[in-house]
Design a protein around this ligand. Structure first.
Ligand SMILES: [Ca+2]
Ligand SMILES: [Ca+2]
Ligand SMILES: [Ca+2]
Length: 169
């Protein structure tokens, strides 16, 4: 009986440890920018941003784009993130969809851990412009879980979301 209790306590401590570790990490990584309808034949892409003070290991996480097609109902494209990927504090990470994907100009984007736990989710987005404008959190990284976190501005893959249209001083 004593052994069983000890084992139980050990597993509880272990589980608590896991919860604390995963609680620290994912909260600081957000879906920061979404290009659902790029110029020409380019692939769709999603930018992640780490707003925290520590590097976050995002190995084996995934980004999913979910759309609804008039003909066949729910469509989902999943972008797996490589096992050794991480994002530095204040850093960006851009993942690209498959250029053979065929779906509409709409999508809701999900960021999930390797155990399919949801880290972040966008509102339903629609991009009718086949150009370099994309849905972006503005100011960069703003996450209040409201639609107003998102604006449709000139895309900045791998860089801070900005209203500045022309680069340079
Ligand atoms: Ca676009
Ligand atoms: Ca959020
Ligand atoms: Ca950006």
């Amino acid at each position: 009986m004593k052994l069983i209790l000890q084992l139980l306590m050990t597993s509880l401590t272990f589980l608590a440890g896991i919860t604390i570790v995963s609680g620290l990490g994912p909260g600081s990584v957000v879906i920061n920018e979404v290009e659902l309808n790029p110029q020409g034949e380019a692939s769709e892409w999603v930018e992640l941003y780490n707003s925290g003070d520590d590097s976050v290991n995002i190995g084996r996480w995934s980004v999913s784009i979910v759309d609804t097609l008039p003909s066949s109902g729910k469509w989902m494209g999943v972008i797996p993130i490589p096992r050794d990927a991480s994002i530095q504090a204040g850093g960006f990470y851009v993942v690209e969809g498959d250029d053979r994907w065929v779906h509409g100009n709409n999508g809701t984007v999900f960021l999930r851990t390797d155990s399919w736990a949801e880290v972040d989710k966008t509102p339903p987005l629609s991009d009718e412009e086949g150009n370099d404008f994309s849905w972006s959190r503005y100011p960069n990284g703003l996450d209040t879980d409201r639609r107003s976190d998102w604006v449709f501005i000139k895309s900045t893959p791998g860089a801070e979301n900005s209203l500045r249209l022309v680069s340079g001083p």
